[in-house]
Design a protein around this ligand. Sequence first.
Ligand code: IVH
Length: 677
Amino acid sequence: MASKPPADAVREAEELRAELRRHNHLYHVEARPEIGDAEYDRMFRRLQTLEAEHPELASADSPTQRVGAPPQDAFETVEHVAPLLSLDSSEKPEDVARFDERVRKALGEGVEPVYILEPKLDGASIELVYVDGVLARAVTRGDGRRGEGVTENIRTIRSVPLRLRTDVRPAPAVLSLRGEVLMYIPDFADFNQSLIESGREPYASPRNSAAGAIRQLDSRVTASRKLDVLVFDVLAVEGASFATDTDGVQAIRDWGFRVPERIETASSVDEICAYHAAYESERDELDYEIDGVVIKLDDLAARRAMGATSHHPRWALAYKFAPRQEITVIEKIDVQVGRTGVLTPVAWLRPVVVGGVTVARASLHNREELKRKDLREHDTVRIQRAGDVIPQVVEVVEPGEDRSPPFEMPSVCPVCGTEVHEDGPRLVCPNRFGCAAQLKGRLVHFGSRRALDIEGLGEETANLLVERGLVHRLAELYDLEPEQLTELDGFAEKSATALVEAIRSTRKPDLRRFLIALGIPEVGVTVARTLAERFGSFAAIRDATPEALTEVDGIGPRMSEAITGFFADERNTEAIDALLSRGVEPQTVDVPDEELPDLGTVVFTGTIPVARVVAETAWRRVGGKTSGSVSKKTAFVVAGENAGSKLEKAERLGVEVLGFEDFRARLAEHGGSLEEA
Ligand code: IVH
């Protein structure tokens, strides 16, 4: 079919591309989609069909060209358009004062410097080059002069425009931008978990994981990782010029990129320190890693006048946070058994404060990792904490004098005594339904935030419930009565009733959350959502054949086998039937034909009078979205009692704040109610 495509096919493809680009930007950059996934998919598939029917229509900047290309043998070395300098950095406020003095001296008397303040994103540095408005290449930092061409990989990241937006300003002939590739902490945690569960080595930090993802020779692998790119600097531009960094950042926005949050200006050391302190105190609540703030002179002519050393510009400084690594001693190594039966070696540490949090234990992942790092009791070690992620032992700093012999993993489960099986580098207790440790793990997972979000069902409570013989299987959670709980340590009447109510309020769970709660291998947040949307009901998923599962986008043969295998296991079936027979009714999801209107993203904070999952589900049912963190894009925040930093953040960003009753009213306006949810 090498003939010239008919004019109407050309026009249709162009229209589809423009629409898909617009919706892609709304979704991935602005976080305010106008259409749902189904409608997007429909247009996307139509464009794919057109391009397949008329290969001459294909073009490298088509939205269909993001799925990954066949593997390469090696990356090409590519020269940067302009060098990617590094930043001078310090943790000391004195150095900030010294920097400010030098800048003032360079500007001359009577000139107040204007500084731009930004978070220092802890990801992988990248150069993006656009020629005539089309993404021409993406290059890693390398040695600052040349790096590796990873264009195919970067194309798979949806927040990177393949073609610049030109509705506000034209595309320059050549544009080189600098940004940071990030993996968000929750995605990193999920990804690492899946690596650990399949016996592979986890990444040490979201940064390493992002850097690893963009250096995959097979871009389909990159496409399967969740990445984002934030752009903060115009490195070079032909055919346009800017007077200030502020103008440059505005242009970056106009061309369709995401930029860092909370870019501010300052003129004094005090203001810089206040910004630094505010960001540092919020560090644990961000869903990406930052390791400091960057201070840059806004005036680009002044920048040129100040110049650079061979390594870093004189007009910028990274004001870093206190490191989240510390040195401590391993007091003891023992083994814990998780909900899937995997035995994990754990280091008990001499407690040490790392970036404001006391750390007393760290996961050692698996026996190979233990052997590789040669960690032993009494060794002095370096540990690190990254975001939400479990603290890790990085390395031995000094072997202990009375160092114990290498730690041997047990041959039987330390909790139930069953002989363990080997599964690659992992050891697994096969006693899935008889091992108390696995039951405890299942209870905690069932009630975790991502699953049914049962407040009060943490590790301690799960331990008590199992050890006191109140719960022998998951479903028995729903049989608990407050009187049984008040007999346990730490439960008063009020907390006992609250827990029982929290459990019972999950009797009509959101299908996605229910799927996550069951702990089906391979089924995390994304797969659960896909399954729920494609199959609509729990019964349909439970009965799905492997063929029907693999037909769904994003579900491969390994996943489909894991899912059908889970439902084929009689003990799982019994456990599920026990839940259903207690009145647990996963809610069906309408497989969407027609999309609901987008009502925006809501964040709940503080204590609200219903389970959070109920409120969230109710809002999503009327077409809204929910999130755990506040940003400028948040439609409004619902603040319950004792709301803390999220409320403050909303106020600072000027995001609307509602009380719970106002939320109830707003919900009713859109035809929703909490009862239905
Ligand atoms: S400005 C020469 N701004 O930090 C100045 N860099 O050593 C241009 N980084 O890997 C860089 N966040 O990629 C700047 N908001 C930010 C940044 C940032 C992260 C990275 C940069 C480089 C390192 C500096």
